[in-house]
Every structure is written in structure tokens, then in C-alpha cells.
Design a protein around this ligand. Structure first.
Ligand SMILES: Cc1ncc(COP(=O)(O)O)c(C=O)c1O
Length: 372
């Protein structure tokens, strides 16, 4: 691996251990800003890193708007000093009271959530009003992901009207998650994003023509946000997550996403050489995300011909022509295929800069509950 991944002394790093390369994170954030064209268009998703220090690096670069998927992530952002937190998640059940608690605990934070159904939206309004406070709600618009949200149409307009007319709720715009548009071919991806955007703008216009305010449209994960960045829509807010750490999954699939480098890797050690052509590492499914298929959960740049033949909770067995060169205790770096759930497997990350371990950052919001 090149010198950006140098670690002079790994003796303090337990394995399997998450290692964050600080300067690569900084470069990825700078690249994200460069692509957005204007820092005020960004609302990065913190679900990839879940670390206060990364949020602070973004704040230091002028990124004031942030996105989260859990109340714990929202609280981590607030603790880092973020004053505009969008929890892109429908609030139901006990999370309604937690949202009230959040508003009271962090009154200085502009806090918004999503809704896609009249019942929890009404309950959220009641709870906010009873507590003497209010919350911003974005309508979750489904443009084909079919995960959450309402498709553009009468039911979606009716729900937005409900949000606008419910005391305790403030209509705050549209949330459009477009993960299904993560198409490898850049031209096909652009065409699909443009078609979806046309639909979104038509729906927004239907709302504004009824006198309803739509102050923002939040859209765009890592593969899509460079496309939204080219649209002349002042209310669009771009919400990439993965690119701050980047990973081999996106790196291999999206050749056009240049300028991002993996910045959070897993340090792993050889624990056995069970056969002449096998090396066993200590990075099992509890050290690296296992949502990619077996054999494709990580990349080992120092072992280019390694075939991952078995992975258990604490073991990864590879077959390689280079096995004789590896002994128990030797270490290497693995690039996760999917970094977001990988970071959640680790309580702390070792932080490396200029080849030295300079500290440890807590993966704060891997937990589901902090104080709220
Ligand atoms: C709602 C939402 N917004 C933004 C993102 C960020 O997308 P990406 O990981 O492609 O950057 C995600 C990813 O899962 C998401 O679920």
C-alpha cells in the first residue's frame, strides 16, 4: 500500500481494529465540498462514521447542515456542535417522546425529521404541542426505492397539508432517498437521476402552487450527489454518507467517483497458517461488515491473489500463492467493502496521521441510545 497508509508502530493497535487515516478523511471531505461546488449545498450523512471528531472536521470546513438515521446519531451531532440536524427517519413509537426530549435538551439545534403516514405524524404533532414546542417535518417522498415514503401524488399532497396544518409541526420540505439509482454506468445513472428529479420538482411545484412552503429538498447519496450538484436548484441539499470514509464496494463499482480514497480500514493479524497455501487472519464477521457476499467483504491490497475461502465470527481464511511469506503475528490492512456497518462493529478507532497513531476516536453513535 502507498505511503498514505503507513503505520510505523502498530503495537498499540488491537486487532481486528478500525484504523482511521485522518488526512485521508480530510481529503475526502474536501473532495465532497469541491464536487458540491458550495459548502452550503451539503448535508452529509453521519451514519458512515458515527464519530464526533469527523463531524467536527466537517464543521471546521463550514458544513453546517447534517443528516442522521438514528436519535443517537442526531445526539452525537448535537454534542459535536452541529446546529442543524436532519434525522431522516420516520418517528414512531417511543421515538416520539425521544424527539420531544431531544428538542428540550438541545433547544438551540434546528431539528427536523421525516414522516410518511398520517397517524405517527399526528401523534408527533400532539406530543410537540403538549410539550410546548415544535419540530420540522420533511415529507418522505418515494421515487422508486420502495423502502419508505409516499410516491408523488394525492396522498403525499394530503400528508404535506396535514403537516402544514398541525400545531407543533412545521413543514420543512421533501426527503428523497435514491439508493436504487446507484447505477454503475455514469450516463445511465445521470439519466435516471434526471428523470427522478423532474418528478420531484413537479411534485414540489404542486405543493407550492397550493401555497405550501417547500424550503428544501434533501437528496443524493455518494454515487448520485455529483449529478444533483450540477442542477441549478437552490433548495437542493446533497446528502452523501459513504464518501467521507469511502470503501472498496463504491470504489470498484463507481469508477467515475474520483478523488475519494478509503480512509477507514481494518488492521488484521495472521493468527495461523493451517495449510501450505492458507493464511488465517483475525478479521471475522465481527470485525468487518458481512452484508456483502462471502468472499467479497474486504480487499487485502498486500495479498492481491488471496481468495477468501472461509469467514467465521473471528476468522478469515484465505488461499494464496504467497502463504509462505506470512507468519502468525504479521499484520496487514483490509479495505472494507461496506464501511458504514463496519465502523458500527468497533467501539473505537485508532487514528493515524503521518504514520503515527495519534489517538483514538469513539464510534459514539454505534450505540442506539446515548442520553436521549
Ligand atoms: C437516507 C439516506 N441518505 C443518504 C445516504 C447516504 O448514501 P451513500 O452511502 O451512498 O453516501 C443513505 C445511505 O444509506 C441513506 O439511507
Amino acid at each position: 500500500m502507498d505511503s498514505a497508509y503507513r503505520i510505523d508502530d502498530v503495537s498499540s493497535i488491537l486487532s481486528p481494529g478500525l484504523v482511521v487515516f485522518r488526512d485521508l478523511v480530510a481529503a475526502n471531505i474536501d473532495r465532497m465540498i469541491e464536487i458540491a461546488g458550495d459548502v452550503s449545498r451539503l448535508r452529509p450523512h453521519c451514519k458512515t462514521h458515527k464519530m464526533r471528531e469527523v463531524a467536527e472536521m466537517e464543521l471546521a470546513r463550514g458544513i453546517t447542515k447534517h443528516k442522521a438515521a438514528t436519535i443517537a446519531e442526531a445526539e452525537m451531532l448535537a454534542q459535536a456542535g452541529v446546529k442543524d440536524v436532519f434525522l431522516a427517519y420516520n418517528i414512531v413509537g417511543p421515538n416520539i417522546e425521544r424527539a420531544v426530549h431531544f428538542r428540550k435538551k438541545f433547544p438551540e439545534v434546528q431539528f427536523s425529521v421525516t414522516g410518511d403516514h398520517p397517524r405517527p405524524v399526528a401523534q408527533l404533532g400532539d406530543a410537540m404541542q403538549s410539550a410546548g414546542t415544535s419540530i420540522e417535518v420533511l415529507l418522505d417522498l418515494d421515487i422508486g426505492r420502495n423502502r419508505t415514503g409516499l410516491p408523488p401524488g394525492e396522498a403525499a399532497i394530503a400528508l404535506y397539508e396535514q403537516i402544514a396544518h398541525t400545531p407543533g409541526l412545521v413543514p420543512a420540505g421533501l426527503h428523497v432517498y435514491d439508493g436504487h439509482l446507484g447505477i454503475a454506468d455514469p450516463a445511465e445513472r445521470r439519466a435516471a437521476v434526471e428523470a427522478a428529479w423532474t418528478q420531484v420538482l413537479a411534485f414540489r411545484d404542486a405543493l407550492t402552487s397550493r401555497g405550501l412552503p417547500v424550503p428544501r429538498i434533501v437528496a443524493g447519496g455518494t454515487p448520485q450527489f455529483p449529478i444533483y450538484a450540477t442542477f441549478p436548484e437552490p433548495t437542493a441539499e446533497l446528502s452523501p454518507g459513504t464518501c467521507v470514509f469511502h470503501d472498496s464496494g463504491y470504489g470498484e463499482k463507481f469508477a467515475d467517483l474520483t478523488g475519494f480514497r478509503p480512509a477507514a480500514l481494518v488492521l488484521t493479524r495472521v493468527i495461523s497458517r493451517p495449510t501450505a497455501n492458507r493464511v488465517t487472519f483475525d478479521v471475522g464477521t465481527k470485525g468487518v461488515a458481512s452484508d456483502p457476499p462471502m468472499g467479497q467483504r474486504l480487499v487485502l491490497p498486500d495479498l492481491p491473489d488471496a481468495v477468501q475461502v472461509l469467514q467465521n465470527e473471528e476468522h478469515l481464511v484465505v488461499e494464496t500463492s504467497q502463504a509462505a511469506r506470512w507468519s502468525p503475528g504479521d499484520w496487514t490492512l483490509a479495505i472494507p467493502t461496506h464501511v458504514c456497518p463496519t465502523s458500527a462493529l468497533h467501539r473505537q478507532a485508532s487514528v493515524v496521521a503521518e504514520g503515527r497513531v495519534i489517538g483514538a476516536w469513539d464510534v459514539v453513535s454505534r450505540d442506539r441510545q446515548l442520553t436521549v
